[in-house]
Write a protein that binds this ligand. Structure first.
Ligand code: CU
Length: 531
């Protein structure tokens, strides 16, 4: 891990009395945005493998019909913790890791605005994750409700729910502190001359994401607090017998939950907007429209939550409102897809691993967007809601969307993070196995859902056997190919293949117009040297 930060020439420090903290002290007490970014990224990677193991356990159970080796209650717990670990433990911390590394450098700041709070933000995440995972080992086992924690089921379960609620509170506090830090950094610490509309898009997308986080995290905290008082303090917010309404939980949860989806995907838009111009050797097409589209998506995300609840029964006017509002999101998203394609149009493209993952993102996230549009149609959703079609949809959004963009960003900035070049052939192999395994795992789930296979079940009827077998095979190909990424990252850190100032050579000439190309979209040049 220590090699993740460029080593200092110790001779330069001989005349200083102080010594940089090393080892555990360095990582526990660090206030350096790069160290904290590294902590977030490695933590997210560990959680990604943990959540992935849970997914593979479920896919092994579903390989063929009939109960193999998981008892149904434990299977349901796996669905809950897999979801929570991937959302709160893997994807969100990974984006915060990128934010820590990149935002100060991309706006020309020396560090984050509140370095010590930054340390606290990270070290809160760890006990929360421990609580989540430890909930497997208490009497009754982890929550079997799915990550949405719906009452009334959740009211009756054991102490693991209280652990999950506490974990959510801690994660929320961490996210809010992180967001305050990011917003303050971006608004106050930009280098002279860097106006808002000159910021790299990753900074823009994170600025908007941070506002989303601050808006919805307290709402989630309120929802789980009401669960807690319903469980232990005699309230009946969600208990019909006491005059409450379980549907209210769904409204509150999804008022958080839908923007949460965009919290995971907006930084992905920023990363892809950095990578595609670099490998197409053209400036990003439609910068301003990208900013406005991101903001529009964020605003719309607050008024579409009802699309998660079409099956509970709402007035027709409510259903129609949420249906049309949801469809409206396709407009700014379409603007973005158009801009990325227009950026590549007539570019002199090369296809190194970051670009491959970005193009994979573009194609597959679009499929996830389209299946979202399908599910936005009320009568269609009522038919498909509890089926594998929904599972297929959100994995196209979150795996080939958020995760692929994370990989793209990781390969793109590994040379910057480590000072070394990763193994390109291995990276490409990782991409191709991922994209093939992912599609074999999740595309058939559309068919399973359309054929009526319910989600969140450990067993299924015989007619679903074949596609489930394919899905499990794909999941294992996808899962094990992630070990290539792990190996590549570690090997890159330890290698001595020094990366060039611009590791993406060939970006210097625009053959198609014979004009000098713009600087690659990462703007590290603006970072002051801090010794
Ligand atoms: Cu939604």
């Amino acid at each position: 891990m220590s090699a993740a930060v460029p080593a200092h020439d110790s001779a330069h420090h001989d005349d200083h009395a102080h010594a940089h903290p090393t080892g555990l002290t360095r990582w526990l007490f660090t206030t350096n945005h790069k160290d904290i970014g590294t902590l977030y990224l490695f933590f997210a990677l560990a959680m990604f493998f943990l959540g992935g193991s849970m997914a593979l356990a479920m896919r092994a159970e579903l390989f063929q019909p009939g109960l193999q080796y998981l008892n149904p209650e434990f299977f349901n717990s796996l669905t809950t913790v897999h979801g929570l670990v991937m959302v709160f433990g893997a994807i969100m911390p990974a984006w915060v890791g990128f934010a820590n590394w990149l935002i100060p450098m991309q706006i020309g700041a020396a560090d984050m605005a509140f370095p010590r709070m930054n340390n606290w933000s990270f070290w809160l995440v760890v006990p929360a994750a421990i609580l989540l995972v430890a909930s497997f080992f208490v009497p009754g086992g982890a929550a079997a409700s799915g990550w949405t924690l719906y009452p009334p089921l959740i009211i009756q379960q054991g102490i693991s729910i209280d652990m999950t609620i506490l974990a959510v509170h801690i994660l929320g506090a961490s996210s809010i502190m992180g967001s305050i830090n990011i917003i303050t950094t971006i608004l106050n610490l930009r280098a002279p001359g860097m106006t808002l509309m000159k910021m790299p898009l990753f900074v823009w997308t994170w600025l908007i994401t941070a506002y989303l986080l601050i808006a919805v995290m307290p709402v989630l905290a309120g929802a789980v607090t009401m669960l807690l008082t319903d469980r232990h303090f005699g309230t009946s917010f969600f208990n019909a017998a006491g005059g409450g309404d379980p549907t209210m939980f769904m409204h509150i949860f999804w008022f958080f939950g839908h923007p949460e989806v965009y919290i995971m995907i907006l930084p992905a838009f920023g990363v892809v907007s950095a990578i595609i111009p670099a490998f197409a050797r053209k400036p990003l097409f439609g910068y301003a429209s990208m900013v406005y589209a991101t903001a529009s998506i964020a605003l719309l995300s607050f008024i579409v939550w009802g699309h998660h609840m079409f099956t509970v029964g709402m007035p027709a006017a409510g259903n129609l409102f949420f249906m049309y509002a949801t469809m409206l999101i396709a407009v700014p998203t379409g603007v973005k897809i158009f801009n990325w394609i227009a950026t590549m149009w007539q570019g002199s493209m090369t296809f190194e691993t970051p670009m491959l993952f970005s193009i994979g993102f573009l194609c597959l996230f679009t499929i996830g967007g389209f299946s979202g549009l399908v599910l936005a149609v009320v009568p269609v959703d009522i038919t498909l809601h509890n089926t594998y079609y929904v599972v297929a949809h959100f994995h196209y959004v979150l795996v080939s969307g958020a995760l692929f963009a994370l990989f793209a960003g990781a390969y793109f900035w590994l040379p910057k993070f480590t000072g070394n070049m990763y193994n390109e052939s291995l990276g490409k192999l990782h991409f191709w196995l991922s994209v093939i395994g992912f599609n074999i795992a999740f595309f058939p789930q559309h068919f399973l859902g359309l054929a009526g296979m319910p989600r969140r079940i450990p067993d299924y009827a015989l007619q679903f056997a074949e596609w489930n077998m394919w899905s499990s095979i794909g999941a294992f190909v996808f899962g094990f190919s992630q070990l290539l990424f792990l190996y590549n990252v570690i090997e890159c850190i330890r290698s001595n293949r020094k990366a060039a100032d611009n590791p993406w050579e060939g970006a210097d000439t625009l053959e198609w117009t014979h004009l000098p190309s713009p600087a690659p979209y990462h703007t590290f040049e603006t970072a002051p040297v801090v010794k």
